[in-house]
Design a protein around this ligand. Structure first.
Ligand code: BG6
Ligand code: MG
Length: 217
């Protein structure tokens, strides 16, 4: 197998922001009296803010929300989330992550980011990760959220590589499904990705270089 490009999800893969998304949604859920826990939060991994709110509202028992009210709740969640992002610094990137990115670049892989988040560029800037990528695609550039392959197809095309020459690293079921739909090698990181049956499953990002180096042509 010839793999030349690696497409990374951001939240929950390169930085532990999945927990921050959870805390922000939890606050909104409390205010709307919706039961919500971390297991339920796994369903929100990888999908857009709009789709996340709709999942949260499945258990909402109050009067139906208008589109304007929904927008207010999404804005509230994003405001809380962005307040938490203020605490991110380059030190928030786990040493395993920095070291894996360095080794993969040194082995000749081209690296891209494919994040559904509209905050992805802010996170990359705060953590000094922007320059690690040859291409970046974020939630402001796509019309279809994961599991649609749009984001990873765009990332591969920005690396000027066919999807079959790319691997995708994902912590979310929807993200693994997007990689499979796009024709890339899917690599699941952690237990939340496993139900989507990725081609390869890892427990830590530190396993990536050894796993992929022999696939480089
Ligand atoms: C994904 C997260 O990366 O981005 C989702 O896994 C999140 O949980 C989505 O809903 C959108 O993020 P944002 O920052 O645009 O609200
Ligand atoms: Mg993720």
């Amino acid at each position: 197998m010839n793999i030349r490009g690696i497409l990374f999800d951001l939240d929950g893969v390169l930085i532990s922001t999945a927990r921050l998304h959870y805390l922000a949604w939890k606050e909104v859920a409390n205010q709307l009296h919706i039961p919500f826990d971390e297991a339920e939060n796994d369903r929100l991994r990888g999908i857009s803010r709009e789709a996340s709110l709709e999942i949260l509202l499945e258990r909402y028992r109050g009067p139906a929300l208008t589109p304007a009210q929904k927008k207010l709740w999404m804005d509230r969640k994003n405001q809380l989330y962005r307040q938490m992002l203020q605490d991110l610094t380059p030190a928030s990137v786990a040493p395993d992550v920095s070291s894996a990115l360095r080794k993969l670049r040194a082995a000749g892989f081209r690296l891209a980011l494919g994040s559904s988040s509209k905050n992805a560029r802010l996170i990359l800037a705060r953590t000094n990760l922007t320059d690690q990528f040859d291409a970046i695609v974020d939630g402001t550039e796509i019309t279809h959220t994961k599991p649609d392959p749009e984001i990873y197809l765009l990332a591969a095309s920005r690396l000027a590589l066919p999807p079959s020459s790319c691997a995708v690293v994902e912590d979310a079921e929807t993200g693994v499904a997007a990689a499979k739909a796009g024709g890339m090698l899917s690599i699941g990181l952690g237990p939340s990705a496993a139900p989507a049956r990725p081609d390869l499953q890892i427990r830590s990002i530190s396993e990536l270089p050894d796993l992929l180096v022999h696939m480089h042509p």
